[in-house]
Each structure stands twice: as structure tokens, then as C-alpha cells.
Design a protein around this ligand. Structure first.
Ligand SMILES: CC(=O)SCCNC(=O)CCNC(=O)[C@H](O)C(C)(C)COP(=O)(O)OP(=O)(O)OC[C@H]1O[C@@H](n2cnc3c(N)ncnc32)[C@H](O)[C@@H]1OP(=O)(O)O
Length: 402
């Protein structure tokens, strides 16, 4: 547990470990969001040399339920104390704590993908990034788009309405986080040091019949080359309640004068604009690992989600770091619900907890992991059954970091 009077030293250590700086407004937001009784510090005398925190989150799982999850954050070890096991000791203590709090999942985004697999975290969601050449790629929008009005708004003035849109979307997509009190302020964080010469945060809202049905927040940066204007619009955040609203917002973003590149960062891998563009090659799309999931309580976690096709399989789970998860579990479930209990029946599939974490939100197929040799099929047919059942019709997505 972290004491309030330790916070500044703890946070200064973290900023140094991340090799960067923190703007005053970011620092104050981080201070206000710190959960002291869920934060850890490692001290060498009065010097902080290790840190970790765990936000209290609820994450949407396949089927739409919000499941309690620890949002692992603020992990840093001083370069003076690296590779001596400080991180391992923090992970040990933290996962024991998460278990004692009764939270079946731990989540994180990783600064480097190689760090957390050893602690049982699997890459479960991916984000779509793109740099769209809007001078050459166009959009063909669906019927009804013209009924949506797009207007400028001051981000702070429409924040409540935008948060209401976000809240309606949370149950619809695995990986989305219910916004905890105070977190909405992070949406408006706009320090000068983040802009890299671009504008302050701009916002448009989409309206139908006077009701706000979507929004986009973005920055613009004008550039001039020998051939004329060469501006970049960087999308920060976009949410829409229906296809016409979504198309209207993207049409707006594609059409802002003097902007020739639309830089898209962190969108769902099945984001609809990809299916509206006239020239996907001009969009230079790419994927990146995003949310890592760790099943802290295998039985509770697997029973908390639903399965899009009936599943009745026995998993042989290997979990060296959290041995209470190890052994055989029978998962029986379908689209209505599931149970997952310990069993002495023979195994159908053998895998480590890391693979279960990767597959948990439905974004990484068990069959793909099996093709990589990371899941072993013991009973013929069990792999296809489980792989289909674990899938998700909607791609899981983490909308923002933490
Ligand atoms: C959720 C988040 O907050 S993500 C942010 C993580 N933090 C950062 O990236 C900040 C900068 N880096 C750091 O603070 C540290 O280097 C950390 C936290 C990544 C590692 O801390 P350390 O105390 O050095 O790790 P520790 O000594 O416990 O290493 C445990 C194991 O992980 C391995 N490991 C540690 N860091 C890395 C890495 N960056 N890449 C690959 N392997 C790593 C070690 O080699 C060791 O392996 P072993 O058990 O086979 O010997």
C-alpha cells in the first residue's frame, strides 16, 4: 500500500523509469486517479526503486457482462535496480492481492510485448492504426448519412453527452471499460507538450433529431510542401451509436480542408470505415498488440463470459506463476451462460494460462494458437469446438490506455 505522502517520490520515480516527462495536468489527473490501497512501492532507503498499481475496472466480456478486473498500471523499476527481480516481486504480490480481492482478471497494456508473458498475460486485443491518404481514398456512405448533422462543439461543453454515448457502447464490445468516476476528465487532457505543433483538441458531435448520437475528437496540423497544402488530421477518439452517424463522422474527417492525411490510432480491427473506403491500399492500415489479459481465477473468469456456440471441453491448464489455476477444468457453456468447474475427467485441450488469456475476449482464435504449437488438442474435435465457441462476432477492443 502506498501512503499519500509518498506519492510525489513514487511518481517521480515512475516518470524517470519511463524516460520521459509528465505535464502538470497529467500529473494531477494521475494523482487523483491513484488508488493508494492498490498501489505498491519498492523502497531502497527513502529512494523509490519499484512501483505498480491496479485500477478497479469492469471490462466487457463476450456476452456483454461487466467483469471486475484489476487494471495493472504504473509499473516501473529504477534503471539502477534493473534485472534483480524487482518486477517479479511486484507481480507476485500484485497477483496475490488481485486474487484476494476476488477479481478474476488482470489487464494491462505493455510498454514492451516481451515483458508480461512470463507472468501469464496473453495479448488479447489488437488495435487498428492507419494513415489514410484522403486526397486519393474516398468514402461511399450508407443511406441515411445525410440525415445526421455534424457540428463543432467545445470538448468540455459536450463531455457529458459524449460520455453517455460511450456508456451505451460499452456493453456491446468485449474489451471496453466501463468509465469509472473521474476517468472522463482524461478525455479532455490536452497538454501543449502532447500536440507536437498541432492544434488543441477539437471536437465535433453528430446529431439526429437534436440528440447527440456520436462524436469525434481530433487535432489538426497544417503543413505546406512545394505542391501546396499537406496537413494531417489526427483522430483521438470517435464513438457512434449507429452506422449513419459513424459514416457521417468519418465523412467529416475525410473532408476537412487542407488535410491530406488522416492519422488513425487505436481503432477496433473491424472498424466500419474500412468497408466504406474506395481504396483501402491508400489507408496504410496496420495492427498492434493492445490489451493483455491474465486469468487470475480461471474458473470464475471462464464462467463469466458466454460462448457463441456450445462448448463442453476439459482444459488442462498450466500456470507456473499462479499454481492455484493449474490442473483440469471442465467448461460447459453456450450463448446464454457457462459454468467452469474443477474435474478429474481426462483433458480435451492442453494449454497455458497465457493462451487462455489471449483467447479470452474472442479476438485470438484457439485454433491459431494451436497452429503455433501453443495449444495441444488431446480429444479430436475439441479444438474446433472451443475455437468457434470462444470467438466473438464483434472484435474486442480497448478504447484507451491506462
Ligand atoms: C503495465 C505497465 O505499466 S507497462 C510498463 C512497464 N515499465 C516500463 O517499461 C518502464 C521501463 N522498464 C522498467 O521499469 C523495467 O525494465 C521493467 C519493469 C520492464 C523490468 O523490471 P526488472 O525489475 O528489471 O525485471 P525483473 O528483474 O523482475 O525481470 C524478470 C524477468 O523478466 C525479464 N525482463 C525484464 N524486462 C524485460 C524486457 N523489457 N524485455 C524482455 N524481458 C524482460 C528479465 O530478463 C527476467 O527474466 P528471467 O526471469 O528469465 O531472468
Amino acid at each position: 500500500m502506498l501512503r499519500r505522502d509518498e506519492w510525489d517520490t513514487w511518481y517521480d520515480h515512475l516518470v524517470r523509469a519511463f524516460g520521459g516527462t509528465s505535464a502538470p495536468e497529467e500529473r494531477e489527473l494521475d494523482r487523483s486517479l491513484t488508488e493508494y490501497d492498490r498501489s505498491l512501492g519498492v523502497w531502497d532507503g527513502d529512494v523509490c526503486v519499484g512501483s505498480a498499481g491496479a485500477f478497479t475496472f469492469r471490462v466487457t466480456v463476450p456476452g456483454g457482462s461487466p467483469v471486475p478486473a484489476a487494471g495493472v498500471t504504473m509499473v516501473g523499476v529504477a534503471a539502477t535496480h534493473r534485472r534483480r527481480g524487482v518486477l517479479t516481486s511486484l507481480m507476485r504480490r500484485q497477483l496475490d492481492d488481485v486474487r484476494s480481492w476476488g477479481e478474476p482478471l488482470a489487464l494491462l497494456t505493455a510498454s514492451e510485448p516481451a515483458i508480461y508473458g512470463r507472468f501469464g498475460y496473453g495479448a488479447a486485443t489488437f488495435q487498428l492504426d492507419a494513415d489514410i491518404d484522403t486526397a486519393r481514398a474516398g468514402l461511399s456512405v450508407p443511406a441515411g448519412t445525410d440525415e445526421v448533422r455534424v457540428r463543432y462543439a467545445a470538448p468540455a461543453e459536450v463531455l457529458d453527452a459524449c460520455e453517455a454515448v460511450y456508456a451505451r457502447l460499452v456493453p456491446q464490445r468485449p474489451g471496453m471499460l466501463a468509465r469509472q468516476p473521474g476517468w472522463e476528465r482524461g478525455r479532455l487532457l490536452d497538454p501543449e507538450s502532447w500536440r507536437d505543433g498541432a492544434s488543441s483538441l477539437l471536437c465535433v458531435v453528430a446529431e439526429r433529431d437534436g440528440e447527440i448520437t456520436g462524436y469525434a475528437r481530433y487535432r489538426t496540423k497544417l503543413g505546406w510542401g512545394d505542391d501546396g497544402h499537406d496537413g494531417t488530421l489526427t483522430l483521438d477518439d470517435l464513438a457512434a451509436l449507429d452506422p449513419a452517424t459513424d459514416a457521417a463522422l468519418w465523412r467529416f474527417l475525410f473532408g476537412v480542408d487542407l488535410m491530406t492525411t488522416l492519422a488513425v490510432r487505436n481503432r477496433p480491427v473491424d472498424d466500419a470505415w474500412q468497408y466504406l473506403v474506395t481504396d483501402i491500399r491508400r489507408c496504410r492500415t496496420r495492427l498492434r498488440d493492445s490489451l493483455y489479459v491474465r486469468l487470475v481465477d480461471v474458473g470464475a473468469a471462464l464462467a463469466a463470459r458466454t460462448y457463441q456456440a456450445p462448448v463442453d471441453v476439459v482444459f488442462e491448464v498450466e500456470d507456473a506463476f499462479c499454481p492455484w489455476n493449474g490442473g483440469r477444468w471442465r467448461l460447459s457453456g453456450d450463448a446464454k451462460g457457462a459454468s467452469c468447474e474443477r474435474t478429474s475427467d481426462p483433458a480435451d485441450l492442453a494449454l497455458s494460462v497465457r493462451e487462455l488469456g489471449a483467447a479470452y475476449l474472442g479476438g485470438v482464435p484457439l485454433a491459431g494458437l494451436a497452429a503455433a504449437g501453443r495449444v495441444r488438442e488431446v480429444r479430436r474435435g475439441a479444438l474446433a469446438e472451443a475455437s468457434v465457441g470462444f470467438g466473438s462476432a464483434v472484435a474486442p477492443w480497448l478504447p484507451h490506455g491506462f
